[in-house]
Ligand binder design. Structure first.
Ligand SMILES: [Zn+2]
Length: 372
C-alpha cells in the first residue's frame, strides 16, 4: 500500500465513522422526541409556540393545555390526502356541527397506545352525542407506512373511530405537530380550541369535549329551528316516566309490550316505519319523548327503521346487552326506559352509527306539509 492509497483509506475510514455517529445521533434525537414525557414535550411546545413560525395569524391562540376562547381560536387546516379506515373519506366541512378530536399517532409509539383506552371510551360515550374522533396516523418507520400494517394495528387495538393515514405528513405539518401523540380538539365550527401533547390530561379533555358539545352550533341553527317545537316538548319532558309493568301492559298492544318492556324484536320488514320516507319526528311510542328526526333516517336494508343519530343527547340511553350470547348495545328511551332497539357502529356518515329500531316502539309525528 503506497502512501497516497494509505491516506485515502484513512480518510474513507474517518468518513464512515463520522457518518455512523451522525446517524446514531439523529436516531437518538428521533427516539427521544418520540419518548418525550408529556411534561418535556409540553415545555418544548410552549417554547415553540412562543416563537411560532407556522404562519398562524397573530391574533390566534395556539397555547397548549389551555381552553381557547372561540374569538381567538384559529381555524383548523383540512386533512391531507390519505387512506381512510373505519370510514369513508371525510372532510372537516362534512364534520361541521360536530366536535372533532384529532389524534396524531402512530401504532408503533407506546405513548400513543397508552392514550387509546381513553380515546376509545370517549368515542363510545360521546359519538352519539356529537363527537367525532379522527386518528391521523403519521408513521415514524417505513413499517408503519404499510397500509396493511396500519389496518391490522387498528383492528388489533380495537379502534372503531375513523383513522386516516398521513404518510406524507401533510396533515402533521399543517397542524404544526412536533411529537407523538398530540390531541387537537376542534369546536363545531372547525376551530382549534385545545391542544395537548403526550399522555395524560384525560379529564381535562373530556371536560372540554362536554363544554364544546354544549356550545351553540351556528352553522346548523337554521335546521334546528325547524324542530324547535319538538325540542321544547323534549325540554318539558325531562322528568322521568315510571310506571309498573301492569300499567304499561294496560296501555300497550301486546306486541309493543313484548318489544318495549320485555326487550323483544319485531320481525324484519314487518314494521310500519321500515320503508317510510315521511318527514317528521319519531317519538317514543310509550311516552312521546322525541327520539329521531326523519332527516337522520337512512335505508339500511336490514328490515328495521335505521337512523344515524338521536335528535338530542337526552333522547336515549345506551346499555351493553349480553343476551343471546352476543354483546350488543341496547338503546332505551331516556325518559321512560322502554327498550327501542340496538345501536351498531356500521352506519353512514357523519356518525358511523346505525340505530336499529323497532317500528312498534316509535310513533311518527308528521310535519304539517299539507300532504298525506
Ligand atoms: Zn319513552
Amino acid at each position: 500500500m503506497n502512501r497516497s492509497t494509505y491516506a485515502l483509506a484513512v480518510f474513507a475510514l474517518i468518513a464512515v465513522v463520522l457518518t455512523g455517529a451522525a446517524l446514531t445521533w439523529a436516531n437518538a434525537q428521533r427516539k427521544s422526541n418520540r419518548k418525550a414525557s408529556a411534561a418535556t414535550a409540553q415545555q418544548q411546545n410552549r417554547a415553540e409556540a412562543a416563537t411560532d413560525e407556522s404562519g398562524a395569524p397573530d391574533t390566534a391562540d395556539t397555547r397548549r393545555d389551555v381552553f381557547i376562547s372561540a374569538s381567538r381560536a384559529p381555524s383548523a387546516a383540512k386533512f391531507g390526502e390519505g387512506t381512510w379506515i373505519n370510514s369513508e373519506p371525510t372532510t372537516l366541512e362534512e364534520l361541521r356541527g360536530r366536535v372533532v378530536l384529532v389524534d396524531f399517532w402512530t401504532f408503533g409509539c407506546y405513548n400513543c397506545r397508552n392514550t387509546l383506552p381513553t380515546l376509545k371510551r370517549l368515542d363510545a360515550e360521546y359519538r352519539s352525542k356529537g363527537l367525532t374522533i379522527v386518528g391521523v396516523h403519521a408513521p415514524e418507520s417505513d413499517y408503519e407506512k404499510g397500509i396493511g400494517n396500519v389496518r391490522d394495528a387498528v383492528q388489533r387495538l380495537g379502534i372503531k373511530y375513523p383513522v386516516v393515514t398521513d404518510n406524507d405528513y401533510a396533515t402533521w405539518r399543517a397542524y404544526n405537530i412536533q411529537a407523538w401523540p398530540t390531541v387537537v380538539i376542534l369546536d363545531k365550527q372547525g376551530r382549534i380550541r385545545f391542544t395537548h401533547v403526550g399522555e395524560g390530561h384525560y379529564e381535562q379533555q373530556e371536560q372540554i369535549i362536554q363544554k364544546l358539545l354544549a356550545e351553540a352550533d351556528v352553522s346548523t341553527r337554521a335546521t334546528e329551528d325547524k324542530t324547535d317545537s319538538s325540542r321544547q316538548r323534549g325540554a318539558n319532558m325531562e322528568e322521568k316516566v315510571e310506571k309498573s309493568e301492569e300499567e304499561w301492559r294496560a296501555e300497550m298492544t301486546p306486541q309493543q309490550f313484548h318489544v318495549m318492556r320485555e326487550k323483544g324484536t319485531e320481525r324484519a320488514f314487518t314494521g310500519e316505519y321500515n320503508a317510510s320516507k315521511k318527514q317528521g319526528m319519531y317519538v317514543c311510542a310509550a311516552c312521546g319523548n322525541p327520539l329521531f328526526s326523519s332527516d337522520t333516517k337512512f335505508e339500511s336494508g336490514t328490515g328495521w327503521p335505521s337512523f344515524y343519530q338521536p335528535v338530542s343527547e337526552r333522547s336515549v340511553d345506551e346499555h351493553v346487552d349480553r343476551a343471546y350470547g352476543m354483546t350488543r348495545t341496547e338503546v332505551v328511551c331516556a325518559r321512560c326506559a322502554s327498550h327501542l332497539g340496538h345501536v351498531f357502529d356500521d352506519g353512514p356518515r357523519p356518525t358511523g352509527l346505525r340505530y336499529c329500531m323497532n317500528s312498534v316502539a316509535l310513533k311518527l309525528n308528521e310535519n304539517n306539509s299539507g300532504q298525506d
